[in-house]
Design a protein around this ligand. Structure first.
Ligand code: HEM
Length: 149
């Protein structure tokens, strides 16, 4: 079964306001972040899936080793923020194109903004506070490379 989407409306719900042209900066951000993402995503794929033991070497210890170095923390932080804001801004464009009615337009955009902020904060927290060997009352759950309690 195929679904046919109607074409986007020609008049956007959000009209141009005086002051800073955010649409222009959004447009520029999509191109600039797209360029950086090409480099970051291919680097990510190369290191994770090809270099070393390839995909079969990916495990908890591999991730723990990466997050023990500031270089990979900053690398993944940039990847997370650039890609998530890029994706969210792209979704905002799609919402403006396809959601008719001010209420639904706002509702979708608040949901999008809220989930983007939550994911950015959670992802950043994980990257910078990741501890593979936390103090726990269940040491049997810890990976084998953690020192015995
Ligand atoms: C190699 C990396 C990427 C490049 C070079 C890239 C490039 C672009 C460009 C130039 C646009 C603007 C298109 C337009 O205005 O017509 C765009 C739109 C978009 N991108 Fe990316 N992108 C990349 C990765 C991603 C990722 C990882 C996501 C998801 C998180 C994503 C989600 C989107 C969405 C949702 C749109 C809006 C599509 C639309 O308007 O129909 N992109 N991308």
């Amino acid at each position: 079964m195929t679904a046919t989407l109607e074409g986007p409306r020609s008049t956007p719900v959000v009209r141009r306001r005086r002051g800073k042209n955010w649409e222009k900066w959004g447009w520029i951000y999509m191109r600039a972040s797209g360029l950086l993402l090409v480099v970051l995503i291919f680097g990510h794929l190369l290191i994770n899936l090809y270099a070393g033991g390839g995909v079969s070497a990916l495990d908890f210890a591999f991730v723990a080793g990466k997050y023990a170095t500031p270089f990979w923390q900053v690398y993944d932080f940039l990847l997370l923020w650039l890609a998530l804001i890029h994706g969210a801004n792209g979704m905002r464009t799609i919402i403006n194109d396809y959601s008719s009615g001010r209420f639904m337009n706002r509702a979708f955009k608040y949901a999008l903004g809220g989930s983007t902020v939550v994911l950015l904060l959670l992802g950043t927290l994980v990257i910078f506070t990741f501890d593979p060997c936390p103090v726990t009352s269940h040491p049997e759950l810890l990976p084998s490379f953690c020192p015995a309690p």
